[in-house]
Design a protein around this ligand. Structure first.
Ligand code: ADP
Ligand code: MG
Length: 135
């Protein structure tokens, strides 16, 4: 898929989010500024989150209340989890949440099931190429 604006990417996220159920895990890849958080913002809205959805800055993640509770992780700074407390992820990947993981590489070996994988790529100006698998 191709989007031409942040609003369109948010809309795509909203459609993705409306299909998700408790326990689902969505991995979101792409360079800085590709639109990962923007897409997750739309998905969160579909899940009933009303508070602002921004990049977690000082922690690896945030939790939001919603129709379904949401965890939003950003593992940009984590090279791997071998030196980390195993509870780090467990604080967020609790039963019943929908989880979105930006920069998921470090967590991937520990994730038992992944519902969807999203990749965003810059495609010139405000355009983005977005792949959702399975679509
Ligand atoms: P990431 O989380 O991947 O680092 P963000 O979602 O935080 O990216 O930021 C994406 C930035 O790019 C925002 O400033 C957004 O307004 C802008 N933008 C421009 N065009 C698009 C688009 N088509 N899709 C998503 N974001 C876009
Ligand atoms: Mg981000």
């Amino acid at each position: 898929m191709r989007t031409e604006s942040a609003t369109e990417t948010e809309g795509l996220g909203e459609r993705l989010g409306s299909d998700l159920e408790p326990g689902d895990v969505v991995l979101v890849r792409g360079e800085l500024g590709a639109g990962k958080t923007t897409l997750i913002r739309g998905a969160c809205r579909a899940l009933g989150v009303t508070e602002p959805v921004t990049s977690p800055t000082f922690t690896i993640g945030q939790r939001y209340a919603g129709r379904i509770p949401v965890s939003h992780l950003d593992l940009y700074r984590l090279a791997d989890l071998d030196d980390e407390d195993p509870a780090l992820l467990e604080d967020y990947l609790t039963p019943g949440v929908v989880a979105f993981v930006e920069w998921p590489a470090a967590a991937e070996p520990r994730l038992e099931s992944v519902t969807r994988r999203v990749t965003l790529k810059h495609a010139g100006g405000d355009a983005r190429e977005i792949i959702v698998w399975p679509g």
